[in-house]
Design a protein around this ligand. Structure first.
Ligand code: NDP
Ligand code: 8X3
Length: 260
């Protein structure tokens, strides 16, 4: 039987690559994002796919409710919910960051993700079938300067994923948190509010992960035997690793030549 995946944030990056891969593997797609023109392009790119596109902003619970209520026949049984829509905004230290950027990250990465999950889960539980795949990040595992609310939102996604597993014990529903590191998508252009040069500098001289790499991983975790649950999967490109702890050292006291 043809299965159905709902992908949020499918107009670019990981979500787009996942839409393409799952379509070529014969899955039915429900894809949603805010940019209508990109959704039309996706439909044109996948002329043979069974695809339902929906223009929504995951920050709006009413749009989520309406999207699910209006799913056409043949798309109502969701086998995988890929909570991928998300963003980082800014890289400023906490005392200088824009509070509106923080709100947007919380509203998208946390509230959008849990609102859609809450809406989709009851039907999965009723059917005793389904897989919630969340797009976390290394930023949810490891702190870095300027990561403040973005990293904290991904730490939420990680713990929410684990807690879903605790709640769903006794059902056949799987939950996985994918935690990618450096990956070249539109992520950095968005983070730097459209500054392409700044975004390009993030990837200069590296071989970052690609959307296709992440799509392979998402497909793999979903195609394991039904009794196998990958709880979390952290992945970095080979060119990325950890650094030493940062230590601030006070400047050497000035030698004045007298003791007191
Ligand atoms: P992109 O910017 O390329 O893609 C983000 C997608 O999310 C777009 O399709 C965008 O579509 C959608 N989106 C953003 N906000 C909303 C919203 N409010 N409602 C609906 N859709 C929305 O970035 P990535 O593909 O890299 O990011 C995908 C996920 O992966 C994010 O959760 C990100 O945090 C995470 N991630 C990214 C990493 C990286 O280095 N690239 C590493 C680790 C995790 P539209 O603008 O059309 O709405
Ligand atoms: C994206 C990876 O390191 O830029 O989540 O936060 S990072």
């Amino acid at each position: 039987m043809q299965q159905t995946i709902l992908i949020t944030g499918a107009t670019s990056g990981f979500g787009l690559a996942c839409a393409e891969l799952f379509a070529t593997r014969g899955w039915k797609l429900i894809v949603c994002s805010r940019r209508e023109d990109r959704l039309s392009e996706l439909r044109a790119r996948l002329p043979d796919a069974a695809i339902h596109t929906c223009r929504i902003d995951v920050r709006d619970p009413d749009q989520i409710k309406e999207m699910l209520a209006l799913l056409p026949a043949g798309f109502r049984e969701i086998d995988i919910l890929l909570n991928n829509a998300g963003l980082a905004l800014g890289l400023a230290p906490a005392h200088q960051a824009d509070i509106q950027d923080w709100d947007a990250m919380v509203d998208t990465n946390i509230k959008g993700l849990y609102t859609l999950t809450r809406a989709v889960l009851p039907e999965m539980v009723r059917r005793n079938r389904g897989h919630i795949i969340n797009m976390g990040s290394v930023a949810g595992n490891w702190p870095y300067p300027g990561g403040n609310v973005y990293g904290a939102s991904k730490a939420f996604v990680k713990q929410f994923s684990n807690n879903l597993r605790a709640d769903l014990l006794g059902t056949a529903i799987r939950v996985t948190n994918i935690e990618p590191g450096l990956a070249e998508t539109e992520f950095s252009v968005v983070r730097f509010h459209g500054d392409q040069a700044k975004a390009d500098a993030v990837y200069r001289g590296t071989k970052p992960l690609t959307g296709a790499d992440i799509a392979e991983i998402v497909f793999w975790v979903s195609s394991l035997p039904p009794h196998v649950n990958i709880n979390s999967l952290e992945v970095m490109p080979v060119c990325q690793s950890w650094g030493p702890f940062a230590i601030h050292r006070a400047p050497e006291p000035e030698l004045t030549g007298c003791d007191g």
